[in-house]
Design a protein. Sequence first.
Length: 316
Amino acid sequence: MNARRRTVGAAVVAGTVAAVLLAATGAGAARSGSQREVDCSVAKCVALTFDDGPGSQIPQLLRMLKAAGAHATFFVVGEMAAERPEALRQIAAAGDEIGDHSWSHPQLTKLTDDAVRSQITRTADVVEQATGIRPELMRPPYGDIDSHVRHILRARDWPIILWTVDPQDWKDRNSDTVYRRVVSQTSPGAIVLMHDIHPTTVAAVPRILATLKHEGYTFVTVSDLYGNNLIPGKTYSGRVRADSDRRHTNSDSDAGKAEPGSGTDSSDSDRDNSKPDISGDTDSGSGTHRSSPRPPAADAAKPTDESTVGGPENDH
C-alpha cells in the first residue's frame, strides 16, 4: 500500500511539473515561435521592455499588463533570475518574452570570449530550467557591443536588442517623470527601456499603458514587433514605420537624454550593487546602457552591424 501511495504521489508531482512546463512552453510558442495577430509594419506598435530583474514586483506588473491586454519583454539578469525562478514562470505563463541580460551585468567587451559565453549561457540555463524556454534575445549590459561579442551572439543565433526610448527611471525615481518621458518620446515601432526593479517605475506603468492605449498603440514583445524575423548578430533599437512621427511634446522629452557618462545608479531596492544606467536619445534613435556613450540606432529594415557599438570609447 505504501509503495502504491508513493507511486501515485510521484505521478501526481510529475504531472504537475509537466503541466507547468507545458503551460510555459505554450506561452513561449505564442511569444516567440508564432506571430500574434498584429502586423507591426502597419499597426501602431510599441515594445515595452524591462531590464535588470526579475524584481519583487513582477506579479503586480504582470497584472497591470494583463489588465491592459499588453505584452512585454523582460531582459533578466542571471543572478536575479536564479533567486526568483517563480517570477520567470509567471512571465512565461503570461505569454510575455524573456531575454538574456547577462549573469552579473558586466561590460561584455572587456571580457574574454569564454567569459562572455559564460555570462550569457548561465543566464539562459537558469531561464530554461525554470520555464522550459530558452531565451532568444540578448540585451548587452550598457548597450556595449563590439565585433567579438557580436560574433559570439551570432554563433548562438541571438539578435541584439537595444532601445529607442529611455526615461532614465534608474536616475529619476519619480513615477510622474517616468510617465511623462515615456509617453512624450514614444512613437510607432519604439522599444521602450524601463527597469522593473524600481517601484517608482512599476507605479508609472498603468498610466503609461492607459495613455498609449488611448492613442491607439498595441503593446507587443520585441519579437512580435519585428514579426519574429530578427537576424542573429544584428542590432535592433526600434522599428520605424514610414508614417511614424516622433513626438516631443513637452520639456521632459529632452530630460530622458543624457550625455555619455552623465550619471550612475544609486542602490536598487531589489539589488544592492550601484551601477550607471542607460541613456536614450530618441531624436537620433540611439541609446546607451547606463553610463556608456550612445550606440547608433538600428534601422528597422537594415539593422546595424558596426564593429563597435556603445562602450566608453565610442561617443556616437
